[in-house]
Design a protein around this ligand. Structure first.
Ligand code: OOG
Ligand code: NI
Length: 485
């Protein structure tokens, strides 16, 4: 069985067109990462730690960074928090130009935040292979602001904010309506430059300190969203091969690391997503004062994160993950024991062998006809309906786990919470309650804001797996390949 570590799939391709969405996305991430490194030098240090850890990890396997697929080294995610439906609509139009579309709904109300969440990301296998960059995007839910006065203040400030320059809007309009071939390389450059303005940090708040403090008292996220002229990127997250080593290294180099790694415990067969971060910095901000005066203050929002990605799990696999996580959270609260120890104990129940995970239908796999096996399929006396297990056993087909491209709401809440400023990890209650009806209503609300349906991430993985089985079927000339029992 393969490991979750991607194999080198380098493909030679021609010079990309300036308006190719995958190419634009890659240019955008590179520019964003450079900007954020300048704004938050500690993020640059984190990237260096990740490179150092990955190099050592690869050396121990007799490999080097060049052996990783190109997507791995480009790989990042970022996060932004928006204020209004108009902002959400415009960002989804911009991200679409870069080949990123909303996937998955994250009900953050369930974990104590007045926000809807989704991830804008590429959806096709090819786009993901080129560059899987994704943006965890949240939008304020004014209906969840408990004080009517605060709600009024927040919505009125946001109603006049203009995140998108007129040049950017013009370019998005053009990209949507005209043939992309008519857009020049210079237009593409402008799109990147104008986009960066949305995500740039402003150390000058657009409101007086008093307003900031009122909003912050309601919820620190409300202040972060409402009080600034941009939707500053609040973190960027490189992917690593060994998150435990990065966590240890952050601590030994004196970075203000989060107390613990979110997600499943360390396993042989990595699943889903494990994340940690260095905590948000307290930064100097000036607030509007009387007449020409400004007032000094601080704001805590921006941090650096790191992630280790494993395999995408099926619905059954996700249910097991959620159930074990809930059990671990319950037990560590009751027993007041080291929560990582409890997590490890509880997760012993989650199979940790690729073949078992596959046979039990817990993880999604990408199936492929072994390169040298296409012409000899006949020699294997394969016809009609054949079970996948046989094809794998005879080496006619190979498989590898599909990488998880998304996020986890409970982990996200842990990341949010440790970056609110001044609180310990887990300072805000993180409940794992099942309120499916309510979540469904919230999802529909966000779909209304976006003006489109949000596909479930699990359906997309299911489709990728099914398509790969169909591809094998066609190549081998079989009428059916049976998966599962
Ligand atoms: C987003 C936090 C969630 C993740 O990786 O789970 C997140 C935010 O702080 O805005 O980025
Ligand atoms: Ni993140």
């Amino acid at each position: 069985m393969p490991s979750a570590i991607p194999q080198n799939g380098s493909a030679l391709h021609e010079e990309p067109k300036p308006w190719d969405p995958d190419h634009l996305r890659t240019r955008f991430v590179q520019a964003l990462s450079e900007m954020y490194r300048t704004e938050v030098p500690l993020y640059g240090k984190l990237v260096d730690v990740v490179n150092q850890v990955d190099t050592t990890t690869l050396q121990s396997r007799g490999q080097s960074l060049n052996d990783l697929p190109s997507r791995f080294q480009l790989e990042r995610h970022g996060a932004i928090r928006l204020g209004t439906q108009q902002e959400m609509r415009m960002i989804s139009r911009l991200f679409a130009v870069m080949g990123m579309f909303p996937v998955g709904y994250y009900d953050l109300k369930m974990v104590g935040f007045p926000l809807h969440g989704t991830a804008f990301r590429p959806q096709t296998e090819e786009s993901l292979r080129k560059n899987p960059f994704r943006v965890f995007t949240t939008v304020l839910r004014p209906d969840l602001i408990s004080s009517p006065e605060v709600r009024e203040v927040a919505t009125s400030i946001l109603s006049t904010r203009q995140l998108f320059s007129s040049r950017l809007i013009e370019l998005i309009d053009q990209a949507e309506t005209s043939a992309l071939a008519n857009l020049t390389a210079e237009d593409a450059n402008n799109l990147i430059t104008e986009s960066l303005k949305i995500f740039k940090w402003h150390s000058r708040s657009s409101v007086p300190l008093e307003t900031y403090l009122t909003l912050k008292k309601e919820h620190p996220m409300v202040a972060d969203i409402v009080c600034f002229p941009s939707a500053h990127i609040n973190h960027l997250t490189p992917r690593t091969l060994d998150i435990d080593a990065v966590q240890a290294e952050m601590i030994s180099q004196g970075l203000p690391a989060k107390d613990r790694i979110e997600g499943p415990p360390k396993r042989k067969c990595e699943i889903l997503l494990r994340q940690t971060s260095f905590k948000a910095l307290e930064e100097r901000v000036t607030f509007a004062g009387d007449a020409d005066h400004t007032v000094d203050g601080t704001h805590t929002a921006r941090f650096g994160e790191v992630e280790q990605r494993g395999a995408a799990v099926t619905r059954k696999g996700r249910e097991l993950y959620d159930a074990l996580l809930a059990k671990a959270v319950g037990r560590s609260e009751k027993e007041d024991k080291d929560s990582d120890k409890v997590l490890k104990e509880v997760f012993a129940e989650y199979p940790d062998d690729w073949e078992v995970l596959r046979k039990e239908g817990l993880v999604y796999f990408r199936y492929r006809v072994a390169e040298d096996k296409v012409p000899v399929a006949g020699a294997h006396k394969l016809e009609g309906s054949v079970h996948m297990d046989r094809l794998l056993k005879e080496g006619v087909v190979t498989c590898e786990p599909i990488t998880y491209e998304d996020f986890l709401p409970f982990s996200a809440a842990g990341i949010f919470t440790s970056n609110l400023g001044g609180e310990k990890d887990g300072g805000t209650e993180r409940k794992l309650q099942k309120t499916e009806e309510e979540s469904k209503r919230s999802r529909v609300q966000l779909e209304g804001l976006l003006g489109c349906k949000i596909p479930s991430e699990i359906d997309l993985y299911d489709e990728l797996q099914t398509d790969s089985v169909k591809e094998c079927q066609a190549l081998l000339g079989l009428s059916e390949i049976v998966l599962g029992a």
